[in-house]
Design a protein around this ligand. Structure first.
Ligand code: COA
Length: 485
């Protein structure tokens, strides 16, 4: 999709003569237009799409081959999004501030002098160029990049992109096909100018008020639903905008607000908010315990949100292992199997236990009885015993167990990546598997590693122009310049 200055020139000069001929033909015989459309129709399957590729699955390129991304993202939310696009084959050019780069390069450092895991695990398969976006020569380079890219992705504080001079109007004028995609903390409204981090979004998106135990304070969750969750939402918005552009020929603005993304993931809690009007929420254990409901969706502890009572139960070794637990659901269809497994066969027919309604007020006692059984086995033994009779359960896996899980390694969900300054490290690979667009996880770029390559092969700048831009200081840190002087 995006063409380099150099390759565009090359194509132009190589095709000079035939291009003239085509123009002549078209001018003389308008019918020639129809004729030139014919071969394309032959290649199509009739609905405008090309004929199915004859190449084996996985060898017909990547889903987003040809899409070039101008990646202005930093920290976590934006980089998650552009990393996904890179895994799907997009050429992601990460623009970083000279000398500093994405702030996460130097955050939570575990290997001195090397990029942090925070950075490396969020920036695979990208190229890095350093540009001072406020320097006149930096602006010149950025303008050229805007012309050559399909999507600009950013998650600066509100207004920062405009302050760089990169307003929607400016970008759209330079490249009407450009999609401008942003993560912000809030959508338009009273908080639109606020800066936002992960936990702020978890709190304002409804997650924290509905997480934790009834008796305790609101809780944030370890899953980065505000950052990575919003990055996922933005990635979907971008590919959808690319699809629409195939029809309209023009770009558009895409906004994923972190509050909105978190709320989308908390959809079932807004469901429960409205159900409160119709009476107490019977699947919440507080109902069985006789605790009255207030006027907002309460914290549900470890209750299952799906209407089938569930809880986290101890397994063998819980006294010393903080993760020797399992999530257990007393699903109505498998109640008989549960009774047999735990050694309470009479509960299958006893009217005090046989129906979900009869069990509701005694759930605490029932789970205690099931726990007596789960505590006799390890979480994996409980999992095997339950799955043998189709009872779904969730062993609480530690990050250590996940890191060592062979099946996750085999599918590429956990990958080992080599890095020139930090050595080997583990990362989460692409969680979305596609049979015709297979992900290869490549290490994150060093700061400015691809600056020259991008200036010459993407933007087509001549050596003299590159030298001029570099000498201006637009691509290097001011301190380094002072030292050199
Ligand atoms: N060259 C020159 N200046 C650059 C630059 C570059 N290559 N890259 C960034 N900057 C400047 C910006 O222009 C901005 O300057 P300004 O304030 O004068 O306009 C400055 O660096 C700081 O950028 P900002 O985005 O405000 O960073 P921050 O550290 O102050 O705030 C966030 C960080 C994450 C709170 C903020 O970016 C934000 O709210 N983003 C949207 C929500 C989000 O994504 N949050 C989650 C992050 S995981």
């Amino acid at each position: 999709m995006a063409k380099s200055k150099k390759s565009a020139k090359k194509t132009k000069s190589a095709a000079k003569k035939p291009a003239r001929k085509v123009v002549k033909l078209a001018a003389k015989k308008p019918a020639a237009k129809k004729a030139s459309a014919k071969p394309a129709a032959k290649k199509s399957n009739g609905n405008g799409a090309p004929k199915p590729s004859s190449k084996p699955f996985g060898l017909a390129g990547k889903a987003l081959d040809g899409v070039r991304i101008l990646d202005f993202t930093h920290v976590q939310s934006g980089p998650t999004c552009t990393q996904l696009l890179a895994w799907f084959g997009a050429d992601v050019i990460k623009v970083e501030r000279p000398g500093v780069g994405d702030i996460t390069r130097g955050q939570l450092v575990d290997v001195k002098g090397a990029d942090s895991l925070y950075f490396t695990m969020l920036n695979h398969n990208k190229r890095s160029i350093t540009i001072d976006s406020k320097h006149p020569q930096g602006k010149r380079v950025l303008n050229e990049l805007i012309k050559k890219c399909d999507v600009l992705v950013e998650n600066f504080a509100p207004g920062a992109l405009d302050r760089m001079g990169l307003t929607w109007e400016h970008i759209h004028k330079l490249n009407p096909r450009m999609i401008v995609a942003s993560v912000k903390g809030f959508g338009p409204g009273p908080y639109e100018d606020c800066k936002v981090y992960e936990n702020v979004a978890q709190c304002t998106g409804g997650s924290a008020s509905t997480t934790g135990f009834r008796e305790g304070p609101p809780l944030v969750t370890g899953a980065q639903i505000g950052d990575s969750g919003t990055g996922l939402h933005l990635a979907l918005g971008i590919v959808t905008a690319l699809y629409q552009r195939n029809r309209t020929g023009r770009g558009q603005k895409v906004l994923a607000a972190m509050q909105d993304g978190v709320l989308n993931l908390c959809r079932v809690k807004l469901r429960d908010q409205q159900r409160l009007k119709a009476g107490p929420l019977t699947e919440y254990s507080q109902y069985g315990e006789g605790v009255p409901f207030g006027d907002a969706t309460p914290r549900a502890g470890n209750d299952s949100g799906g209407g089938q009572p569930g809880w986290i139960l101890k397994c063998k070794g819980w006294e010393t292992d903080p993760n020797a637990y399992i999530y257990f659901i007393t699903q109505a269809p498998v109640w008989a199997a549960i009774c047999d497994l735990i050694g309470e066969p009479t509960w299958k027919t006893d009217p005090e236990y046989a129906t979900p309604r009869a069990r509701l007020p005694k759930l605490k006692a029932i789970f205690r009885r099931i726990e007596d059984w789960t505590m006799t086995m390890t979480k994996f033994e409980v999992m095997n015993a339950c799955n043998a009779v189709d009872i779904p359960v969730g062993p609480i896996l530690s990050m250590k167990e996940i890191a060592e899980d062979e099946s996750l390694r085999a599918t590429g969900t956990v990958v080992e990546v080599d890095h020139p300054t930090r050595g080997k490290y583990l990362s989460v690979g692409n969680p979305i598997k596609m049979s015709d667009s297979v992900t290869e996880v490549k290490r994150s770029p060093l700061l400015g590693e691809h600056t020259d390559e991008i200036l010459t092969s993407v933007l087509g700048f001549k050596a003299k122009e590159v030298a001029e831009i570099k000498n201006s200081g637009a691509l290097s840190a001011p301190q380094k310049e002072e030292k050199a002087a």
